[in-house]
Structures are given as C-alpha cells and as structure tokens.
Design a protein around this ligand. Structure first.
Ligand code: PBG
Length: 331
C-alpha cells in the first residue's frame, strides 16, 4: 500500500449491483412514458412507416388494441396524431373541426376500450389537416397569421374535448392560444380537461419522419421558423414557458428532447412545474439507425436516453419507444 491513497473512492459505491441500485438517483418507470400513435382510415389496418422503422399507423380499431396494450404495460397516456386523407385536407384545415374526423373516432375507440385507465392527449395544430402543411392559416404571402389561427385552434381543441380527450396539447406555437383554449374549455363545460403546452418548441430538423407519418411532409412549403423557436435560444424558452403557465397551462413541454435537455433543466429549476419532453421522430430514427448499424445496443440506448430525460428534470417523456421501454422495465 502506498502512503498516499484517496480517502474518498467514488468507485466504492459502484462496485456491486446492490450498491449501484441503492445509490441510483433517478428511476425510470413505465408511468413516466407517453406513447405517441399515428391513426389512419379503415378497419384492421396497420401501415408501417418507412422513415420510422418499427412504428406504424393504425386504424381506429387497432388503436384501441394499442391502448389496451399500453394500459397493460402501465403506460398512463397516449398521444394521437392523424394521417388525414388527402381529399379532406384544405387551405383552412377545417377537417380539424369535424366531430367525426379520424382523431375524434380514435379518441372514442380508446375511451370505449379503456375508459379512465388511460389518458388521451391530443395535438392542437392544423398541419395534419392543411393542404399546405403549415400549423395555421396562411395569408397571401404564406405567413401563418396568429389571431385567426388561434380562433380555429380553440374550436379544434373543443372538438377534441367533446370527443373525450383528457389533455389538450397545443403544438402550434401561436401567441395567446393557451389562454384562449383554457377559457373555451371552461365555458364549454370541460374544467378538468388539462392543457399540456408545447411551450418551448423549436424549429427543428428532427421532425422529418413525423411529417411523413402524418402525410404533411411533401405538402409543406417553406419552413416553420416564423412561429417555432430558434434552436440557438434558451432565455426565450423561459419566456415562452412563463407565458403559457400564466395563461393557464397545467404542464409544459420541451421539444425536441435530447438536444434540449439544458432547456428542460432550466425550466424545471426556474418554475418547479411538471415538465415533459418529446423525444421526437428524428431522435427515434437516429437511435434505430445507430442500432441497425451496430453503433450501439438498441435496448441500452433506449433506456439510457429515457433515463437522461428524467435526470434532467422531466416528469415524463413522449417517446415512440414507450411500449418497448415499458417491456424492458419489466412491466
Ligand atoms: C405538429 C407537430 C409536429 C410534431 C408534433 N406535432 C411536427 C411539426 O411541428 O412540424 C413533431 C413530432 C415528431 O417529430 O415526432 N405541429
């Protein structure tokens, strides 16, 4: 033994399984997961999505099966996204207001199958319904106009709440939409329908496969930089979060996930409110591609990244790996 040895060895507590378990600071469980699902027309339909290997669009009846699966795995909530038929898309996205649209039928199918055993989160934005792929109404120059869009988003949110949605998640990044939606929910008899605001949503290059999945990718002209945030900005995310909370959001979301964990941590430290993050389609595809190329072990990549979200301060994570992760966690 040398005379000078460390009196503190941080490796000591890492030396065995039992000790690592005892000292683990962050625990991931299936209850931390929200599972995003894509809905398509028809009956008994499963359509694999090429850019999201392992993820499919499901018809409403098959979505109900996924809901039962999620409930069995201990996943508390699903997030729904419709692939609207081309002939139902329009400049003004009015299919979003149809009480019998794909989204509403999927919500009802899940509620019929699972009742209150599983929460249904619905995205509020017009991109799955517009012929131009933007999240709102556009003027002649293609600019997404704020206040007229908010008026439509309010009606979209009420339509989803009437169909049985539990959590309204505005992903459009218009100014003032959380207050307008909160007021309309109260007036229309939905005081317990929550709002999870996509508060800090960035104009990201990681949404590509999602746009394929909902069929808006080929339609989109231009980009979404006039409403989604600049990836270079962090302070501005805190302003967005403060505003959405003041307007009545129950929880806030940061999106995308892994490249923005610094934002999650800042939001959590500043506001001490429930913070969620969305591990988006491009992040999912990146993990799958890395695993397929032999650059990493899939299950380990999935659990490590999801645990990182919790360590950064997330209450939960929206992830396409939700069912797989829940199984790995031994649900
Ligand atoms: C729509 C919306 C998008 C995502 C969720 N809601 C795409 C976009 O803003 O273009 C992306 C999710 C993902 O990539 O997994 N407003």
């Amino acid at each position: 033994m040398t005379a000078a040895y460390p009196n503190l060895r941080l490796r000591r507590t890492r030396a065995s399984n039992w000790s690592r378990a005892l000292h683990r600071e962050t625990v991931l469980t299936p209850a931390d997961l929200i599972w995003p699902l894509f809905v398509t027309e028809g009956n008994g339909v499963e359509e694999p999505i090429a850019s999201l290997p392992g993820v499919s669009r499901w018809s409403a009846d098959r979505i109900a099966d996924r809901a039962r699966e999620a409930a069995g795995l201990g996943i508390p909530c699903l997030a729904l996204f419709p692939n609207t038929q081309a002939n139902r898309r329009s400049d003004d996205g009015s299919e979003a207001l149809n009480p019998d649209n794909l989204m509403c039928r999927a919500i009802k199918a899940i509620k019929d199958a699972c009742g209150s055993d599983i929460g249904v989160l619905t995205d509020v934005a017009l991109d799955p319904y517009t012929s131009h792929g933007q999240d709102g109404l556009i003027d002649a120059a293609g600019y997404v106009v704020n206040d007229d869009t908010v008026a439509v988003l309010v009606d979209q949110a009420i339509n989803q709440a009437e169909a049985g949605a539990d959590v309204i998640a505005p992903s459009d990044m218009m100014d003032g939409r959380v207050r307008a939606i909160r007021m309309a929910l109260e007036i229309n008899g939905h005081p317990n329908v929550q709002i999870m605001a996509y508060a800090a949503k960035y104009a990201s290059a990681f949404y590509g496969p999602f746009r394929d999945a909902v069929g808006s990718g080929g339609l989109l002209k231009g980009d979404k930089k006039s409403y989604q945030m600049d990836p270079a900005n962090g302070d501005e995310a805190l302003r967005e979060v403060a505003l959405d909370l003041a307007e009545g959001a129950d929880s806030v979301m940061v999106k995308p996930g892994l490249p923005y964990l610094d934002i999650v941590r800042r939001v959590r430290d500043r506001f001490e409110v429930p913070v969620f993050a969305y591990q988006v389609s491009g992040e999912y595809a990146m993990i799958e591609a890395a695993a397929a190329a032999g650059a990493g072990e899939r299950d380990a990549l999935v659990l490590e990244t999801l645990t990182a979200f919790k360590r950064a301060g997330c209450s939960g994570v929206l992830t396409y790996h939700a069912a797989h992760a829940a199984r790995l966690l031994g649900a």
